[in-house]
Design a protein around this ligand. Sequence first.
Ligand code: AMP
Length: 223
Amino acid sequence: MNLILMGPPGAGKGTQSQLLSERFKIPQVSTGDILRTNVREKTRIGQKARAYMDRGALVPDDLVVEMVSERLGDADCSRGFILDGFPRNARQAEELERTLLRGGKAIDAVIGIEVERRELVRRLAGRRVCRKCAAAYNIIFNPPVNMDTCNKCGGELYQRDDDREETIEARLRVYEEETLPVTEYYRGKGLYGGINGIGIIDRITESIIEAIEERRGNIKVAD
Ligand code: AMP
């Protein structure tokens, strides 16, 4: 199953992608996570990407498209994948289609997690992320058992630089101007299903699965 999870920053794409990845046994491909790893390891991509990320802008398409094409060619993506944070503009959506076509693949469903702006700001400002496994928490709605430690792996929790208030506004604006039109593109193709992203995490996962089923008829779950 080839899936795209869309939605504004703070909608819960990362959390839901991880849960769906466990459920369907297909990898989560998060461009944000891959970029952050590159920044941390000071790779060529990381050095180019950093300034854009710090100010909440999109990293240039060529860099991200190359990164995603390579990742989708990995063996673990052969039975499916969950794209989280990609595509984020029309050009990336076109490039993705080209890459998939070359591999004889197609997107099965695009699910948009919908959350109103005010709630997004509250969530992003309270978000803490594990340095080791990238699990996300929120100090108000989904706090870890110990404030600075990941429940899952014991890694250190930190606040992302781009989750500070000035940058949050910039990221929401980029989403509205560049990414929202992409959801319309997928809606036009009959692939898009929007779900309400406010509520209990597990309930939201179930809504996503229902929306996927509506698009696919019947999900093949990996054995
Ligand atoms: P995310 O973790 O998805 O919120 O992404 C964090 C930051 O990484 C974004 O604000 C962008 O600067 C960059 N980024 C992630 N995905 C993309 C993408 N598909 N295209 C361009 N920049 C991206």
